[in-house]
Write a protein that binds this ligand. Structure first.
Ligand code: C6P
Length: 432
């Protein structure tokens, strides 16, 4: 009985999706209408309405994404690129259609440049282990920045250790902005690749990556951009940026976890050795020799995260239903409002004051550990992240062990900022 009830419930959710698509086609999207599409935002936590401000860690998922995954398992589940039977063909079509959606969304030249991976972390490891191993030798240098996530530090460190190469770091100022003159000075004949984040997860800084890519290219140096925090907030265009590699995760852009994308320029990918060996990445195998598959499958060994790819496609459909410039403008407004309100709180210091900033606010409170801030806010139903945010060098640069971080998406509201502010006063009252 309960199974039947669930199926009926699912059908009604499918109807919600259809309504969403119809609405999206004709009506301007408002914050309220967006919130309606995210079922989890309607729940309570600790007896209070949830205020979800941990979007930089992972975003919530709209019903259209949940439905796409459920539909796949209800109607199409099968392995892809392998079977000639109906289900396999359907699943393959859905997975490959999603790849085309990604290609169009990021304006890549071809679908061969869109490689499915587990997420940003795997994308960067793939490039370090293939392009990096091929091009970096003893005495060479890899340039990264002082505000990188560990995912864009450790793979390059591993490579430099293996090759006896040097990791060079672009410094930043007290506002959390990269020192571009220093960057220019770091680039040399020894530099074999630059790897830099588009938006810092710990500070919110939006880096001028287009300009940085052009500088590197003037010296013939390729650039990898970590786009994990950028894709959910700003329109990214591979041809306009002219980056060589771009990495991002589906789960931060309203899609499912366990899937992400490595964009790579075709001419570079074609010359790179495979990352992993196994099924699907080959054309033919004998004990003497393996002929590798064409792009992008050459880098996609084994059965992939099929429902993840399909769910990512649905997330892109959702984002395509919005005006991304309007979303970015709304998030800027939310950031400005939250910054003013938080600065009014005595003893609160915001870490990261770049002129170009995404909707991420890291802060510390005098005499109160960030973990305690997070715990007390949780009692109030407010979800933020506390800790080093997998960016320990950023914490070291600012001389702090950790921060509390509120990160906003387009479905957050000024009223939620007010609840956060009230919550922080409560923290001060209890622990101050
Ligand atoms: N940052 C955060 O709370 P994965 O885990 O592979 O999806 O993404 C890694 C990653 C890489 N680069 C940046 C800039 C990131 O922000 C992240 C993930 C999350 O800030 C989890 S640590």
């Amino acid at each position: 009985m309960s199974g039947c009830k669930k199926a009926a419930n699912w059908k009604s959710k499918m109807e919600i999706t259809a309504t969403y698509l119809a609405d999206a086609a004709k009506a301007p999207v408002t914050v309220e209408s967006c919130r309606f599409h995210f079922p989890l935002l309607r729940r309570q936590v600790n007896g209070k309405p949830l205020v979800y401000l941990d979007n930089a860690a992972t975003s919530q998922k709209p019903q259209i994404v949940i439905d796409a995954i459920m539909r796949y398992y209800h109607e199409e589940n099968s392995n892809i690129h392998r079977g000639v039977h109906y289900l396999s063909t359907k699943a393959t079509e859905a997975y490959e259609e999603a790849r085309i959606k990604v290609q169009n969304f990021i304006n890549a030249r071809s679908m061969q440049e869109v490689i499915y991976v587990r997420g940003t972390t795997e994308a960067i490891n793939l490039v370090a282990a293939t392009y990096g191993r091929m091009h970096v030798t003893a005495g060479d240098e890899v340039v990264i920045s002082a505000m990188e996530h560990h995912s864009n530090i450790v793979p390059w460190q591993l490579l430099c250790e293996e090759k006896n190469a040097q990791l060079r770091v672009i410094p930043m100022n007290d506002a959390g902005e990269l020192l571009l003159d220093e960057y220019e000075r770091l680039l040399s004949d020894k530099t074999k690749i630059v790897a830099v984040t588009h938006i810092s997860n710990a500070l919110g800084t939006i880096n001028p990556v287009k300009q940085m890519i052009a500088s590197a290219h003037r010296r013939g140096i390729p650039v990898l951009v970590d786009g994990a925090q950028a894709v959910p907030h700003i329109k990214v265009d591979m041809q306009d940026l002219d980056c060589d590699f771009y990495a991002f995760s589906s789960h931060k852009m309203f899609g499912p976890t366990g899937v992400g994308v490595l964009f790579g320029k075709r001419e570079l990918l074609e010359k790179m050795p495979p990352y992993q060996g196994g099924g699907d990445m080959i054309k033919s195998v004998t004990f003497e020799k393996t002929i590798y598959n064409d792009l992008p499958y050459r880098f996609e060994a084994g059965t992939p995260n099929i429902e993840g790819g399909i769910g990512l496609g649905a997330a892109i459909d959702y984002m395509n239903g919005m005006d991304l410039n309007a979303v970015a403008a709304y998030e800027r407004e939310l950031l400005a409002y939250a910054t003013v309100r938080l600065k009014e709180i005595p003893g609160l210091t915001i870490i990261g004051a770049a002129k170009e900033k995404a909707s991420v606010i890291s802060f510390v409170l005098d005499g109160i550990h960030p973990h305690d801030i997070g715990t007390i806010l949780d009692y109030e139903g407010i979800a933020i992240r506390t800790g080093h945010h997998c960016a320990q060098p950023v914490m070291k640069r600012f001389g702090i062990p950790a921060t509390a971080r509120a990160s906003f998406a387009f479905y957050n509201t000024k009223e939620e900022v007010d609840v956060l502010v009230k919550g922080i006063y409560k923290v001060k009252e209890v622990l101050g």
